[in-house]
Each structure stands twice: as structure tokens, then as C-alpha cells.
Design a protein around this ligand. Structure first.
Ligand SMILES: Cc1cc2nc3c(=O)[nH]c(=O)nc-3n(C[C@H](O)[C@H](O)[C@H](O)COP(=O)(O)O)c2cc1C
Length: 316
């Protein structure tokens, strides 16, 4: 497995946890690090909210020694707010890097001209990346989606590189595709061939086999994993073991998966993030795909408090 170098940051491998809103809080990032993710990203946080001193948005970037290296992802479109918020977050949380979101397709984000709406404004992308990379002490990365047209996508990737980004992540789907349909690995491979900064491939990693295929096909420097890691941090160990040895590890035992869930819950408690909604969502995610748990999942759905959810999972 290659070790990825992003600016002055040297990672111990090249498997990265994707930023996922509502998912990649500190506890879930810690579990992914435990199983071998080389870098983890926070949920995106709004630059405007950080500038307004919104505590919840600022705390999305909070970290601890055990999880480093970690990156904070910023979302916004106004250069002055992006810079001010990046400086606030850099000072407060000391992340190993800061990432800029040019890929979110959610209506609430694009209606404000942020996320992948910015792909329509390449000059602004350049301005945003340059102001951060000129002013921050930490490396700056950018995450984009592809456009329908290859040359347009390459143009944006080149602008990001020229503006000083230390790496780029490419999700091989267009805005229109959202999260469905196949990734265009061909676009990713061709962009990797054209750039000098590290390129991280994202999208369609389902398991160790697809991970290997994507790395080999695109020749990218790193691989970012999103949905396949939700409720399944063990995927990082499976993939890294397969890439190193060619052997497929057996599926994680049910007891261990449940133990991971309880560890997640304890971490939420420790870091003051324990909420009913989040624990319920995670209980569903951590039991997904287990054998004979259909009834359990129905019970979780009806559970009215955290103690009931714990009771249901302890009875499995
Ligand atoms: C629930 C969810 C939340 C997401 N939130 C973010 C986000 O905050 N920032 C971002 O750049 N991408 C976000 N994404 C996109 C992922 O980072 C990733 O690009 C996408 O899921 C494709 O990778 P995958 O096929 O491995 O899931 C999100 C995706 C999901 C499913």
C-alpha cells in the first residue's frame, strides 16, 4: 500500500474516510482510524456559520489525539468568509489539513451558490483555493465532482492545482447523478494522468475487490471511502489487508460489530455527542447486513429512547 503525501503531511497509507454530513462525527472517525483509515475528514461545516461564531458548526471540527491526522471540510462560496472561517478552525482545532467542498449536490447548499454549484464558476474556485493555500499553515485539499464534459472537468482540476491545492479528490459522478449510477473511472484516470498533485479517487468502493480495481485502474494516489464505511469501520482493515496481501479477511463477527457500536456510543457519551436520533441511526447502520436481525431492526425503529436501543442490541 502506498503512503500518500499531501503537502507537508505524510500519511501511513492511502485509504481515506470521506466527509459525510450527519455521519463522520468524531466518534465515527475514531473507529475508522482504529481500523486503519490513514486520514479522516469531518462533516462539512459552513464557513458563514463559523464566521458567525455558531458553536455547533465550529465544533464539527473538534478532534483528539487518537484520531489524527484529520481534515476539516469547509463549505462556502465567499472568499473572505472562507478564509476567516478556515483561520478560526485552524487556530481552534489544529487540523492536519483543510478541505474545500466543491461537490455537494444538496438543494439547500447549491441554492446558496455553494458545493457543486461552484463548478460553474471556475475563476471563483481558483480564488477560494488560492486564498486558503496562501494563508493557512496546513495543506489545503479540494473535493470535486466530475462534470458531463471531460475537458471542463480537467480545466477545473488544473485550476485547483494551479491555485496551490496540495491534493484533489474526485468523486466520479456528476451533480445530476447525485449518489446513484456508476462512477466514471475513466475521467478520474485521465485527470490523474494530467496532474502533478496527488489525486484521490472517490465513489463506488464497495469492498476490498472494488477498492483494488479502482486503485489499479485509475492509478490514483489514494482512495476515499464513503457509504461503505457507514456502520462498518472494519472495511478499512479489510481493504488494507487485501491490498497488502491479496487475502480476503472473513466478515467481521457479529459480536465484534456490536462491540464497535457500543464503543461508538461510549465515545459519543465521552465527547458530549450522545443523542437519541444519532444512536438510533447508528444502531440501524451497525446491524445492516447481519443475519437474522430483521426483527431487531424493526424493534430499533420503534424504540423510544437510548436505553431501549441498548437493551435490544444486548439481547441479540
Ligand atoms: C450521508 C452522506 C453525507 C455526505 N456528506 C458530504 C459532505 O459533507 N461533504 C462532501 O464533500 N461529501 C459528502 N458526501 C459525499 C461523500 O463524501 C462521497 O463523495 C460520496 O458518498 C461518494 O463516495 P461513496 O460511493 O464511497 O459513498 C456525503 C455522502 C453521504 C452518503
Amino acid at each position: 500500500m502506498k503512503s500518500l503525501v499531501i503537502g507537508k503531511l505524510r500519511l501511513d497509507g492511502n485509504l481515506i474516510l470521506a466527509p459525510m454530513s450527519g455521519v463522520t462525527n468524531l466518534p465515527s472517525r475514531l473507529l475508522c482510524r482504529k481500523y486503519g483509515a490513514s486520514l479522516v475528514y469531518s462533516e462539512m461545516t459552513s464557513s458563514e456559520a463559523v464566521v458567525r461564531q455558531n458553536l455547533r458548526s465550529i465544533e464539527r471540527g473538534s478532534s483528539c489525539e487518537g484520531e489524527r491526522p484529520m481534515g476539516i471540510q469547509l463549505m462556502g462560496s465567499v472568499p473572505s468568509s472562507m478564509l476567516e472561517s478556515a483561520l478560526i478552525l485552524q487556530e481552534r482545532h489544529r487540523p492536519e489539513l483543510i478541505d474545500v467542498n466543491f461537490g455537494c449536490p444538496a438543494q439547500s447548499i447549491i441554492k446558496n451558490g455553494c458545493g457543486c454549484e461552484l463548478l460553474k464558476k471556475p475563476e471563483l474556485i481558483g480564488q477560494l483555493v488560492k486564498s486558503l493555500s496562501d494563508s493557512l499553515d496546513v495543506p489545503v485539499t479540494a473535493k470535486i465532482r466530475i462534470l458531463g464534459d471531460f475537458d471542463e472537468t480537467l480545466r477545473i482540476a488544473r485550476i485547483i492545482e494551479k491555485s496551490g491545492a496540495d491534493a484533489i479528490t474526485i468523486h466520479g459522478r456528476t451533480q445530476k447523478q447525485g449518489y446513484s449510477g456508476k462512477c466514471n473511472l475513466d475521467f478520474i484516470k485521465r485527470i490523474k494522468h494530467e496532474l502533478s498533485i496527488p489525486v484521490i479517487a472517490n465513489g463506488d468502493v464497495l469492498n476490498e475487490k472494488t477498492a483494488k480495481q479502482i486503485i489499479e485502474y485509475t492509478q490514483c494516489d489514494g482512495l476515499m471511502i464513503g457509504r461503505a464505511a457507514i456502520g462498518n469501520p472494519f472495511i478499512f482493515r479489510k481493504i488494507s489487508h487485501f491490498l497488502k496481501t491479496g487475502e480476503t479477511l472473513p466478515p467481521q463477527e457479529m459480536e465484534k460489530r456490536l462491540a464497535d457500536f457500543f464503543e461508538y456510543m461510549e465515545l459519543c457519551r465521552k465527547y458530549g455527542m450522545l443523542t437519541y436520533n444519532d444512536i438510533k441511526r447508528n444502531a440501524q447502520w451497525f446491524t445492516k447486513g447481519m443475519e437474522n436481525v430483521k426483527k431487531v431492526r424493526v424493534k430499533i425503529d420503534k424504540a423510544e429512547d437510548i436505553d431501549s436501543i441498548i437493551g435490544i442490541l444486548k439481547d441479540i
